[in-house]
Ligand binder design. Structure first.
Ligand code: OOG
Ligand code: MG
Length: 264
């Protein structure tokens, strides 16, 4: 049975409050209820709607748990998605650590759409044809749940742990790339944490994009030209602390680095 709107809104408030207080909270199964997936996306929708009413703006979407490395690390074995708002995008390569709860950073391939994309029925080839640019990205995730422990509906309600993201500034036309074989080296303080290629993401980031368009289509939503899509981490995320320097070096896309600062 679908959850009442009042309960959906209570859960959205619980998660927004945790974010505002910079406090990790018990997962929903312990405090509220075991959510069905449709209800988890309703919570996410309310939470994003609250932020938009407060002046924030949708700039794109993100996929999560699209690589085996991430699925194994988090114990959730299916992809999810969340909304990206203007407030999630870093304008400088610096993470204000004291705004966050227990951030982790992960390397991703970002895609910028040149055309709208509306599911259902979108194939990976159609999805790729709608993409104009690819960019390197470092996503800073920050689950609002204790110890980053969650079920699939929990993480969906929490907008897929979205906090901040740094997206590169030199877009590369996607036609010039072969996304599955695009290599990435992920470093923390100069040490290699992990290496991967685009195929880590469901075999091809275009598969992730098609999945997103089709899932949104089921909710009557479309992807729009100009939106930025984070296709999902290629490797497991690494926990960060003030003073850390995180870097991702991508074949063809260039490099990005991010300093973790002890600031708000
Ligand atoms: C969920 C978010 C996953 C990704 O790229 O896999 C994600 C989490 O791991 O907390 O953003
Ligand atoms: Mg991610």
């Amino acid at each position: 049975m679908a959850m009442s709107q009042a309960e959906i809104e209570r859960i959205a408030d619980y998660l927004l409050q945790a974010e505002a207080d910079r406090r990790e909270v018990p997962a929903l199964a312990e405090t509220h209820a075991v959510l069905e997936m449709a209800d988890a996306y309703r919570v996410q929708g309310v939470l994003i709607g609250r932020k938009e009413s407060a002046g924030d703006r949708l700039v794109g979407w993100k996929l999560g748990l699209t690589s085996r490395a991430k699925q194994k690390a988090m114990g959730v074995f299916a992809p999810v998605y969340g909304a990206l708002l203007a407030s999630n995008l870093l304008s400088q390569p610096e993470v204000p650590y004291r705004k966050l709860i227990h951030p982790r950073v992960e390397p991703e391939i970002a895609l910028v759409l040149g055309e709208d994309l509306t599911g259902p029925g979108i194939t990976p080839a159609q999805a790729l044809a709608a993409v104009r640019w690819a960019l390197p990205a470092l996503e800073v995730i920050d689950s609002r749940y204790q110890s980053f422990k969650f079920t699939m509906p929990d993480v969906v309600a929490d907008n897929a742990s979205t906090a901040l993201a740094l997206v590169g500034t030199k877009p590369v036309p996607v036609e010039a790339l072969d996304l599955p074989t695009l290599g990435a080296v992920f470093l923390k303080n100069g040490q290699v944490e992990a290496t991967a290629a685009g195929a880590a993401v469901l075999g091809d980031p275009a598969v992730a994009l098609a999945l997103l368009a089709n899932e949104l289509g089921q909710r009557g939503l479309s992807l729009k030209a100009g939106q930025v899509i984070l296709s999902g981490a290629l490797t497991a995320a690494t926990p960060v602390e003030p003073g850390d320097l995180i870097e991702a070096r991508f074949a063809s896309l260039g490099s990005l680095s991010l300093c973790i600062l002890d600031t708000e």
